[in-house]
Design a protein around this ligand. Structure first.
Ligand code: PLP
Length: 395
């Protein structure tokens, strides 16, 4: 049995999405900007996908800009708003210390270009304090960008409150909803945001396609120069097949959220409770109530996360040490570090993220396997430490 518990990294593409993408690739190759019937058929496919994505987030179709994924949506939101507000001379941007690299590195790039940036801290449960935003925001602030759900620990931020504070100071509010869209029911109006990023491959759509919802009237300058596609907000011939895949995945997610969110939460909770009960030295990272239903992040005392990931992979269980990028680089999680955890805890934590196809049988299997794997790793690391100590390497 191979078990995939890494849905925050990416999800399997739903069969209906594969079908829709294949059909478009096979039968409808037109350029959506062409006047003839081939082009108009492609345009109709884009319009249909635009309506589906707008419905998923409760916005208007004209407010959706298709992009190449979450990273581009975040870049377009932050750079696009920053650039558009240059004439106002406002030069301050605010984000949090636990954002995805797509946001953090965009902030770093803008800092180098003369923008003043502020990173809000988080508490031990991974949540931003709105009072801190009140203390740092000024009439110079152009944009506040705080993620809706964190990719490593799943924690949900008080977006509505943060957006309201931003608006009181004349700043726009962007949320990176890449880990929330398609997983929890929400609307841009309830959240009170001005811009929202999402990515198809996090909810059973294809990779390399996403969208930015941009409230009508909030100005955005395209980060890419070229044609006038997407109402001048994103140049380049549209990825029609990918966008149709995004639209199909959005409809699928919208239809399933009401039943799938509680189902996944029950599976996740069973997994989490089982691990805490069966394995000693375990702690959950992040708030256990205010989070997306599919994610748990657990630290295992005296176990190195990478070793556990590999040992579980050998047992056919795929998990992650956090964000996909940092797991490749063996770096301690910046999210857990920002939560104030010791370097040991930032390096012994594993993310389990469930999705559409997961079953209770799979949870039971992981609960059977995990205690043995942990016991073995702890025994080995104990022997390793003793060997080191005896040879004089460690004092
Ligand atoms: N934002 C968050 C919170 C994410 O988790 C990810 C992907 O892991 C991204 C942005 C980037 O999305 P994409 O992979 O579509 O570029």
């Amino acid at each position: 049995m191979r078990i995939y518990f890494d849905h925050n990294a990416t999800t399997p593409v739903a069969p209906s999405v594969v079908e829709a993408v294949s059909r478009i690739m096979r039968d409808q190759f037109g350029n959506a900007s062409s006047i003839h019937s081939f082009g108009q058929t492609a345009k109709a496919a884009l319009d249909d996908a635009r309506a589906a994505v707008a419905e998923l987030v409760g916005g208007q179709p004209s407010e959706i800009v298709f992009t190449s994924g979450g990273t581009e949506s975040d870049n377009l939101a932050i750079r696009g708003v920053a650039e558009a507000s240059l004439p106002s001379r406002r030069k301050h941007l605010v984000t949090s210390s636990i954002e995805h690299e797509a946001v953090l590195n965009t902030f770093i790039a803008l800092t180098k270009r003369g923008w003043r940036t502020t990173l809000l801290s988080v508490d031990q449960s991974g949540i931003v304090d709105p009072e801190e935003l009140k203390n740092v925001i000024t009439s110079d602030t152009v944009l506040v960008s705080i993620m809706q759900a964190n990719n490593e620990i799943g924690t949900l931020q008080p977006v509505r409150e943060l957006a309201a504070i931003s608006h009181q100071h004349g700043a726009l509010f962007h949320t990176d909803a890449v880990q929330a869209a398609g997983k929890i029911a929400m609307t841009v109006h309830d959240l009170g945001v001005d811009l929202l990023s999402l990515s198809a491959h996090k909810f059973n759509g294809p990779k390399g396609v996403g969208a930015l919802w941009n409230r009508r009237g909030s100005r955005l300058i395209s980060t890419m120069t070229g044609g006038r596609q997407e109402r001048n907000r994103r140049a380049g011939t549209e990825n029609v097949a990918g966008i149709v895949g995004l639209g199909t995945a959005a409809r699928l997610a919208a239809a399933k959220i009401a039943t799938d969110a509680p189902r996944l939460a029950a599976l996740r909770d069973k997994l989490e409770r089982g691990i805490l009960a069966r394995v000693s030295g375990t702690l959950v990272n992040g708030d256990r109530t205010t989070r997306v239903p599919n994610t748990t992040n657990i630290s295992f005392d005296r176990v190195e996360a990478e070793s556990l990931l590999i040992a579980l992979d050998l047992e056919g269980v795929a998990v992650s040490t956090g964000s996909a990028c940092s797991s490749g680089a063996l770096e301690p999680s910046h999210v857990l570090r920002a939560m104030g955890f010791s370097s040991h805890r930032t390096q012994n934590s594993i993310r389990f993220s469930l999705g559409l196809g997961n079953t209770e049988t799979e949870v039971d299997r992981v609960l059977d396997v995990l205690p043995h794997v942990i016991e073995k790793l702890r025994r080995l690391s104990h022997v390793g430490t003793r060997a080191h100590t005896e040879s004089g390497t460690v004092t």
